[in-house]
Design a protein around this ligand. Structure first.
Ligand SMILES: Cc1cc2nc3c(=O)[nH]c(=O)nc-3n(C[C@H](O)[C@H](O)[C@H](O)COP(=O)(O)OP(=O)(O)OC[C@H]3O[C@@H](n4cnc5c(N)ncnc54)[C@H](O)[C@@H]3O)c2cc1C
Length: 471
C-alpha cells in the first residue's frame, strides 16, 4: 500500500482526501487525514473548536462558496494562477464539483446568478469603472454559519465511508522525509502522548493559523520559500441599507482600488445582515495569542447591519518576512493593552479622537460584536499610518452614489485589527510539490496559495492529482 498522510482536515485537506478516494488507483492507497481539532459533530462555535478540527476554519466560516468570477479582472481566493496560469479556473471548477454533490444532497440545487442580477451588476461595474475601481462579481452560493457544520459533517462521514482514515485531536509537531510526529491534544497539549505515522507522500494543509508553524518548519528544514504579501486592515460595519442595493445583487461585494502610493485596497468577506466576530486563537494549537476580528452571517438569525473587511495588501521587500511583520503588528495591539477587538466610530476617527465607551448606547449603528469582546477606543493605536491613510482613502473613494454612498458617515464602525496571515510563497512544482523535499506537497491558506474555501479546496485537489501522477 502507498501511504498518504494529509495534515489538516480543512477544505484543502478534505478535497485532497476526496480526490484520492475517487482515483482509479484508490485501492493502492492508504489515506490518513490528521487534524489537531475534533470531529465536526464535537466542535462548538464559541471556543477553540471554532478554528480547529475536521473541516477546519471552514466549519464556522460565513459559508460563502465562491468558485468563479462573472465580472472583474481576476479569480477570487487563489494565487494558483501564478503557478498554473489560466488552469487555476479548471481547479476551482473541480472544487465546485466536489462540493456540488454534497450541497445538492443536503441543501438544494445550485442556481447561477440570474440575468436580472447580472444586468444590475454590469451597471455597478460601469459606475465603479468611472471611479477607477474594479468590481468583481462572483457566481457563488451561501450556506450560513448556522448550517455549515451539518453540511461539513456529510463530507466528513462520506470520506470515512470512502475509506479515508480520519485521526482527530493529534497535532503534528514535526515531520521528516518518512514520518510525521504527532502529540495527543485530548488532555493537556504539554503532556500528550507522542506518536508517529509513516508516509510515502505527505500533504501539509495546516490553514492560515498553521502558517506560523509551517514557516518555522520550512526554515528549519531549509525548504525553499520566500514572502507573499499579507492583508491588513479593519472590519467595517454599517447599516445593511447602505449597501443593500449591492448585496442584493451579490452578497460578497468585491471592490478593489489602488491608492496613489500604489497600495491595493479591497473589500472582502461581506456579511450582509451579519455579525462581527472575534477570531479565537490558541498558542498550543499553533494559533497566535492575540485577537483578530472577522465576520459571519446566518441563514435565519439576522442583524440590521452589514459588515465587511477593508484590507490593504502589504507587499514588503523581497527579503522581508511579511507574516512576521503582520504578527508583530497584532502583538503591538496587545502590547498597547488591547486584549480585545478595538472598536471606534468613524466620526471619532475623522476628528482624530478616541471613541468613548459611555457613548456606545447613543450610537445610531449598534455594534453586533458582543460587548465583552470589544474595547472602545482608537483603532490607530498600533496601526501604521500608511495603512490608516489607505483605509480612509478607500472609504472616501467608495462613498459615491451607486457604490457605497454613505459609508463615510460618522456612524460607521471600524473594528481592528483584521489580518490575513498568508505571507509564505513556497517554491513548488505546478502540482504543489516542494522543489526542496520530494513527495512533500502543500495546499490551502496556510501555504500562501489560497484565501477561501473554493481556492483552498482547489489547491487540495491539485496537490492530490500531483500525488496520483507519481503513482
Ligand atoms: C470567521 C471566518 C469566516 C470565513 N468566511 C468565509 C466564507 O464565507 N467563504 C470562504 O470562502 N472563506 C471564508 N473564510 C475562510 C475559509 O474558512 C478558509 O479560507 C478555509 O477554511 C481554508 O481552508 P484550509 O483547508 O486551507 O485551512 P483551515 O480551514 O484553516 O484548516 C486547517 C486545519 O489544519 C489543522 N492543523 C493546523 N496545523 C496542524 C497541525 N500541526 N497538526 C494537525 N492539524 C493541524 C487545523 O486544526 C485546521 O482544522 C472564513 C474564515 C473565517 C475565520
Amino acid at each position: 500500500m502507498i501511504r498518504v498522510v494529509i495534515v489538516g482536515a480543512g477544505p484543502a485537506g478534505m478535497a485532497a482526501a476526496y480526490t484520492l478516494s475517487n482515483a482509479e488507483k484508490r485501492h493502492e492507497l492508504e489515506v490518513t487525514l490528521i487534524d489537531q481539532g475534533k470531529r465536526v459533530e464535537d466542535r462548538t462555535n464559541g471556543d477553540t473548536d471554532k478554528a480547529y478540527g475536521v473541516s477546519g476554519v471552514g466549519a464556522f466560516s460565513d459559508g460563502k462558496f465562491i468558485f468563479e468570477t462573472e465580472l472583474g479582472k481576476r479569480q477570487i481566493g487563489t494565487n494558483l494562477g501564478d503557478l498554473i496560469g489560466a488552469r487555476d479556473r479548471e481547479y476551482l471548477m473541480k472544487a465546485k464539483e466536489f462540493f456540488r454533490g454534497y450541497y445538492e444532497k443536503t441543501i438544494g440545487k445550485i442556481e447561477r446568478i440570474s440575468e436580472e442580477r447580472l444586468v444590475k451588476a454590469k451597471e455597478i461595474s460601469r459606475i465603479a469603472g468611472i471611479h477607477d475601481i474594479d468590481y468583481i462579481v462572483a457566481n457563488d452560493y451561501h450556506i450560513g454559519t448556522d448550517k455549515l457544520p451539518a453540511f461539513m459533517k456529510t463530507i466528513q462521514d462520506d470520506l470515512e465511508r470512502r475509506g479515508i482514515r480520519i485521526i482527530t485531536e493529534q497535532r503534528v509537531i514535526d515531520f521528516d522525509n518518512k514520518k510525521v510526529y504527532t502529540k495527543d491534544m485530548r488532555k493537556d497539549a504539554n503532556s500528550g502522548k507522542e506518536e508517529s505515522y509513516n508516509y510515502d507522500f505527505l500533504l501539509l494543509a495546516p490553514g492560515r493559523d498553521g502558517s506560523t508553524w509551517l514557516h518555522q518548519k520550512l526554515d528549519e528544514k531549509k525548504i525553499a520559500h520566500s514572502s507573499r504579501p499579507i492583508d491588513i486592515g479593519f472590519r467595517i460595519e454599517t447599516d445593511a441599507a447602505v449597501i443593500k442595493h449591492l448585496t442584493d445583487i451579490e452578497r460578497d461585494v468585491k471592490f478593489e482600488l489602488t491608492h496613489p502610493n500604489g497600495d491595493k485596497i479591497r473589500t472582502f468577506c461581506v456579511c450582509p445582515y451579519g455579525f462581527v466576530t472575534q477570531e479565537r486563537k490558541k498558542p498550543e494549537f499553533g494559533g497566535l495569542d492575540f485577537c483578530l476580528v472577522n465576520g459571519e452571517s446566518h441563514s435565519v438569525n439576522k442583524s440590521n447591519n452589514t459588515n465587511f473587511a477593508l484590507l490593504v495588501r502589504m507587499p514588503l521587500r523581497e527579503e522581508g518576512d511579511n507574516a512576521a511583520w503582520g504578527r508583530k503588528l497584532a502583538e503591538a495591539y496587545k502590547e498597547a493593552g488591547v486584549q480585545r477587538i478595538v472598536l471606534q466610530r468613524y466620526g471619532d476617527l475623522k476628528m482624530q479622537r478616541s471613541s468613548k465607551p459611555n457613548k456606545v448606547k447613543e450610537w445610531r449603528i449598534q455594534p453586533t460584536l458582543p460587548e465583552e469582546e470589544y474595547m472602545v477606543g482608537d483603532v490607530r493605536i498600533a496601526m501604521y499610518s500608511r495603512i490608516m491613510d489607505d483605509i480612509r482613502y478607500a472609504i472616501d473613494r467608495l462613498s459615491v452614489p451607486g457604490l457605497m454612498e454613505g459609508l463615510n458617515q460618522d456612524s460607521t464602525l471600524l473594528y481592528g485589527p483584521e489580518i490575513k496571515m498568508h505571507g509564505i510563497n513556497i517554491k513548488t512544482t505546478p502540482y504543489l510539490e516542494s522543489v526542496s523535499m520530494p513527495n512533500l506537497y502543500l495546499a490551502g491558506d496556510g501555504t500562501g496559495f489560497t484565501r477561501g474555501i473554493g481556492g483552498s479546496s482547489s489547491s487540495g485537489i491539485l496537490a492530490a492529482e500531483g500525488i496520483l501522477s507519481k503513482l
